[in-house]
Every structure is written in C-alpha cells, then in structure tokens.
Design a protein around this ligand. Structure first.
Ligand code: ATP
Ligand code: LTN
Length: 327
C-alpha cells in the first residue's frame, strides 16, 4: 500500500519560487511514490481580508499553476477546500478539543496578527484547527511543507493524539516532510525574512509567472553583502539564498558551483542565476498558457476530484461524530 500525501497552498497573492522550490516541486517529484491529495485552501485564505472576485480567480489560477508545474491529475487529486464542507465541520469539532494554550504558541499567528493589528480575525487564530481538519479527514500519512508550516503539522499531531486518547483510535498521526535544502527560501530584498506571497514590495520575490526581464531585474537588485567570495556560507544570508536557488534549479553540487564562480564577481553570478531561473520556470509558464486556454478543463477537474474525495471525508467525519456522541 502506498502512503498518502496531503498538502495545501493558499490562493493568496502570487506564487513565487519559494513556494515552488520549497513545496510544489517536491509534491510533483514524489507523485509516483505515493497517493496524493493537493488542496487549494481558499478557507484559509479568508482568515485575512480578500476581494471576492480576486479570490475566485486566484483559486483557479493556482490550480492551473499546480497542473502546469507537473501535478498530474491521473496520479493526484487536486481540489478546492471550500468544495468539501466536511473540512469546516471537522475544524469546529477539533476546535472544541484544542487547548487555547497550544494555539497561542503558533508563531505564524503571532507574525501575521502583528501585521494586521486592529483587524485580526478569530479565523486567523484558529487557522491550525482547519489545517488539522484538512489533513486528518483523509487519514494522511505524510505532509510535505516548507519549514514555516512545521509547527502546524506538529499541532495537528497533538490534536489527533488527544482525540485518539480521549475517544478511541480514530485518526492516523501524520508526519511532516521538510526538505533539507530549500525549505526556507528568503526574500530577495531582505534575506533575513522568508520569501512570502503576502509581501508586496516589488523586488521581494521572483513570481512563477514573471516575464524574463522582470526576473533579471529582480535578481540583479537582490540584496547581498559587500564581500566578494561566492561561497555557501549561511552567515552571509543574501548570497547564500541566491546560491541555494541556483543549486536547486541546476542540481549541481555545492563544490561545483563554488569552483565555477571562483574569482568571479556577484554580477556575473547574478546574471547566470537569472537565466537559470528563467529556463527553470519556462516549461511551467508554457504549460500554464496551454492549460488556461480552456478554463472549463480546470473547473471540471476540480469538481471531479471533490466528488471522489467527499465520501472519504464523510466517512472520517461520521466516525468522529459517532465517537463523540453527536450527529
Ligand atoms: P503567505 O506569505 O501569504 O502566508 P506563503 O508564501 O507562505 O504565503 P503558502 O500558501 O502559505 O505561501 O504556502 C504554500 C507552501 O509553500 C507551504 O508548504 C509553505 O511552507 C511553502 N513555502 C512558503 N514560503 C516558502 C519559502 N519562502 N521557502 C520555502 N517554502 C515556502
Ligand atoms: N497552512 C498551509 C496551507 C495548508 C496546508 C494544509 C498544508 C492548509 N492546509 C494541510 C499542508 C496540509 C500554508 O502553506 N500556509
């Protein structure tokens, strides 16, 4: 029996190479090894304010980008979270067994609520309960995510364990899967912060749909340091981040990359890096154009996946309700 992978991505902002290298590429590469469910988490997106028209368009765009990146509908399910109401229902139930103190420790909430200040929703605080519901509804074994989501997978495990020990074995305990390299691509304008969709400054991230000239401009402007040597040194976060991006796109070894750029300057390296990224994402951009030429194709795929998944979600939810004496 193949293990089951579940992961999600928010239809907010624009997908960047951090999402691609830290998450999407791993999902694509392990499709044959596992059974897979990938989810466009629009209910997570609304934990912060969204424009309804933009949100609907972004959900479909994101599904298209995942397909263009290589998610194969023959090997993986791809659906929109709000199409399966059971996610909300299980999230409510999990809310009721999750101690406030566990949620209060979540660093993503602390960071995001600082940015939002006066307008922080209860939903933003409760975000991890919905994420736990996503994963536990399908009894997933593995959850491949970037480093920033590790804590949320850990709280999912704690919630599942608490449920199982209170009401009897019900949920499988999922494992986070985090890549050794690339699980935390940093912002180009500030390499001390993770590259993030919700960061809007112009030179922060290379977007998956950026045209070549925009990529060249962003990479040439990326923050580095005043040293000269091109070396993988984590104490020099700017150049280190760029080197990691180069490494992940070219699959060359660190030694090889360092020797290629011995005696060369940052500008030479950045020029090459821009071309490496452009070539790396070109196939995704081309496929995206093809796929989105027929929007009905994406919609029908999403609907069919939801139809196949709903009975699985219902089965888990029914068991949960029975165990709890409700429903
Ligand atoms: P936001 O900043 O709006 O929260 P995001 O850029 O973090 O958005 P998500 O939709 O939250 O994007 O994340 C999708 C996947 O991409 C997750 O698995 C997440 O861990 C991963 N990811 C996000 N940012 C990075 C990054 N900078 N480096 C590596 N992986 C990342
Ligand atoms: N919170 C995740 C997105 C997400 C997710 C999930 C990831 C929602 N539900 C379930 C893995 C499994 C994020 O990337 N921000």
């Amino acid at each position: 029996m193949k293990k089951l992978v579940f992961s999600g991505i928010q239809p907010t902002g624009n997908i960047h190479i951090g999402n691609y290298l830290g998450a999407i590429q791993h999902w694509v590469n392990s499709q044959d090894k596992y059974n897979n469910i990938f989810c466009v988490v629009d209910l997570h997106a609304i934990t912060v304010p969204q424009d309804p028209k933009v949100l609907r368009a972004k959900s479909r765009e994101l599904a298209g980008l995942l397909l263009a990146s290589g998610i194969d509908p023959k090997k993986s399910e791809l659906f929109i979270q709000s199409h399966i109401g059971e996610h909300c229902e299980l999230a409510w139930i999990l809310n009721c067994i999750t101690p406030m103190g566990w949620m209060q420790r979540m660093t993503q909430f602390k960071e995001k609520s600082e940015k939002q200040k006066e307008n922080v929703s209860v939903g933003l605080f409760d975000y991890p309960a919905l994420m736990a519901a996503d994963i536990l509804l399908y009894q997933a074994d593995l959850v491949p995510v970037g480093e920033d989501q590790k804590q949320h997978v850990e709280i999912t495990r704690d919630i599942a364990q608490k449920f199982n020990s209170t009401y009897g074995e019900t949920f499988k305990i999922p494992e986070p899967v985090i890549a050794e390299v690339g699980a935390r691509i940093m912002g180009l304008d500030d390499p001390t912060k993770k590259m993030s969709k919700s960061e809007t400054s112009q030179n922060h991230a290379v977007l998956l749909l950026d045209p070549p000239d925009a990529i060249r401009a962003k990479i040439m402007r990326a923050t580095t340091d005043s040293l000269r040597e091109i070396k993988f040194d984590e104490n020099r976060p700017g150049i280190y981040n760029l080197l990691v991006i180069y490494e992940l796109f070219t699959k060359k070894s660190r030694d090889e990359i360092e020797s290629m750029y011995e005696g060369k300057g940052y500008a030479d390296f950045k020029k090459d890096l821009a071309e490496v990224i452009i070539e790396g994402i070109r196939p995704v951009q081309e496929k995206y154009k093809e796929i989105t030429a027929d929007p009905a194709y994406i919609d029908s795929l999403l609907t069919k996946s939801a139809e196949r998944l709903r009975p699985i979600a219902q089965k888990t939810l029914n068991l949960v309700k029975e165990r709890m004496g409700i429903g």
